[in-house]
Design a protein around this ligand. Structure first.
Ligand code: NAD
Length: 513
């Protein structure tokens, strides 16, 4: 599961049955039933590898979201009082079903998002199952505490579920993010209304089927694919939703905070990033080259934690770039469903156009394109939303070094000494992923402490594990997914005071009674 992909390495050849698009689930999942949207609206879901229609799915609007929230409210008392071990058992069962359906889920995810199938099989689906399993195991370990207060009192702290939780998922890792959000929310006893991205809803709708098969009570999980402006907006402003968990762009995160203010719902935001991946002069260059390629080219660079700024010590920069560019140029672009493909298309045409526009922006500001910056000219890829692996050299203040491009697009920046490396690393408004390549132990820990980021990887990049907190600082958002942090974020804390044998002198003396 944690295999570091070796770009340019030997590809595995695995069986690749076509999925039957007729069997793809396309309806809303509300109160345990698959139903059409009230107004009958649909959304076209396109295959990013060729721009063709895969299927049309139901488009939830505000009234569908309201229905889902009602179903969730009805299910809440039952779910919250279900023994924690039983909630955990259902999550573990769901993890098993995900593994049993690995091939179908992997193919759906690749078809819908453009993830290379070898990544969907080895990473997305196993990580999704692992995340549900982690939180399944945690459900009956969510403990309160007893506080040593003054004599005569027992003070204990309960962690209680919040109630109905709204979850808004983006298009870059739809399957995996479903588990990151549902896992802790359900383990802690909450009920959920989840909106997948309108661009990539298919694997989440398959998860809805597996949730039903696992035996979760009706209404505990409701899935309402729809557009952000309608369904997403309604989740954010709904008066009966107690918390919103959102992953996506910083601007949408801001909109959600504003919309959530009506009932002061809790908000957890996992937003953009501009990860600095710093290579020092003493680093193992070959390991850093491979790790830096993984950091930016995995999932076509569509990752909030991508190492999209490659910060190189000037002494090793030329040697590093020679190897890095050769590796970038050797990456096999192709049909995501082909087991040999190392990089697929970007997930939507609009996004591909945005990524390509940054090549122009880089040059306008004096940057230099070292490779890529265009779509491939291969005839077989011409209808898909492909971009060649792109390496650009620029200044730390340029837009390509400050703004999230969210594609296979890395900006190279050079530094002279540690102070300059740190200044560059901390020079954006984001603070999510970061990486260091060095064999100097003291420098590694010094940087890990000083770098402005929610996560720092030393001599690796982009490691994730369900037990390790994930999230950012600054414009990368707040709150954490995964681990105990996530569970705590899905609970309300109640402090209970019991007078066991305290003698409290009356505050208001009124003479003898
Ligand atoms: P987005 O933030 O608009 O969409 C993410 C999710 O939010 C989708 O489910 C969408 O339907 C929903 N949404 C959109 N507007 C909403 C609103 N007003 N209220 C509630 N929900 C709303 O992201 P995008 O436009 O698809 O991508 C734009 C940029 O965002 C990307 O280029 C990238 O920089 C960034 N992004 C980051 C992540 C991440 O993992 N942090 C994921 C996707 C996109």
């Amino acid at each position: 599961m944690n295999t570091q992909i070796s770009f340019g390495g030997k590809a595995v050849s695995e069986k690749n049955d076509a999925i039957d698009v007729q069997n793809i689930n396309t309806q809303l999942f509300i109160d345990g039933k698959f139903i059409a949207a009230k107004n009958g609206g649909t959304i076209d879901v396109l295959n990013p590898a060729n721009g063709e229609l895969i299927t049309k799915i139901a488009a939830a609007e505000a009234e569908d979201v309201d229905l889902a929230v009602k179903a969730a409210q009805k299910a809440f008392p039952v779910w919250a009082e279900t023994p924690a071990a039983e909630r955990g058992r259902l999550l573990l069962k769901l993890a098993d079903l995900i593994e049993e359906n690995l091939e179908e889920l992997a193919q759906l995810e690749s078809l819908d998002t453009g993830h290379p199938i070898r990544d969907s099989r080895r990473l997305d689906v196993p990580r999704t199952a692992a995340c549900f399993r982690y939180f399944g195991g945690m459900a009956d370990k969510i403990e309160g505490s007893v506080i040593p207060v003054e004599q005569g009192f027992l003070n204990y702290v309960l962690r209680e579920p919040i109630g109905v939780v709204g979850q808004i998922v983006p298009w870059n890792f739809p399957l995996m993010f479903t588990s990151w959000k549902l896992g802790p929310a359900l383990a802690a006893g909450n009920v959920v209304v989840m909106k997948p991205s309108e661009i990539t809803p298919l694997s989440t709708l398959k998860i809805a089927e597996l949730i039903k098969q696992a035996g979760f009570p009706d209404g505990v999980v409701n899935i309402v694919p729809g557009y952000g402006q309608t369904a997403g907006q309604r989740l954010a402003d709904h008066p009966d939703i107690g918390k919103i968990s959102f992953t996506g762009s910083t601007q949408t995160g801001r909109n959600i905070v504003n919309a959530s203010s009506g009932n002061l719902k809790r908000v957890q935001l996992e937003l953009g990033g501009k990860g600095a991946n710093i290579v020092f002069e003493d680093a193992d260059i070959d390991a850093a080259v491979n790790g830096a390629a993984w950091a930016i080219f995995h999932n076509q660079g569509q990752a909030c934690i991508a190492g999209s700024r490659l910060v190189l010590h000037e002494k090793i920069a030329d040697q590093f770039l020679q190897k890095f560019i050769a590796l970038a140029e050797s990456i096999r672009l192709g049909n995501p469903l082909d087991a040999d493909t190392e990089m697929g298309p970007l997930t939507s045409q609009a996004h591909r156009d945005k990524v390509l526009s940054y090549a122009k922006i880089a040059v306008e500001q004096g940057g230099k394109i070292l490779t890529g910056g265009v779509a491939p000219d291969d005839e077989s890829l011409k209808n898909g939303f492909y971009v060649l692996p792109t390496v650009v050299e620029a200044k730390a203040t340029d837009r390509v070094a400050q703004e999230e491009v969210f594609g296979p697009f890395v900006t190279v920046l050079r530094f002279k000494d540690d102070a300059e490396a740190l200044e560059i690393a901390n020079s954006t408004e984001y603070g999510l992923g970061s990486g260091l390549w060095t064999n100097n132990l003291q420098r590694a820990h010094r940087f890990a402490k000083k770098i402005k980021a929610g996560m720092c990887w030393i001599n690796s990049y982009k490691r994730v594990n369900p037990g390790s907190p994930f999230g950012g600082v600054g414009k990368s958002g707040y709150g954490r997914e995964m681990g105990f942090e996530a569970i705590h974020d899905y609970t309300e804390v109640k402090s209970v005071w019991v007078n066991v044998d305290a003698q409290i002198p009356p505050h208001f003396q009124r003479g003898e009674s």
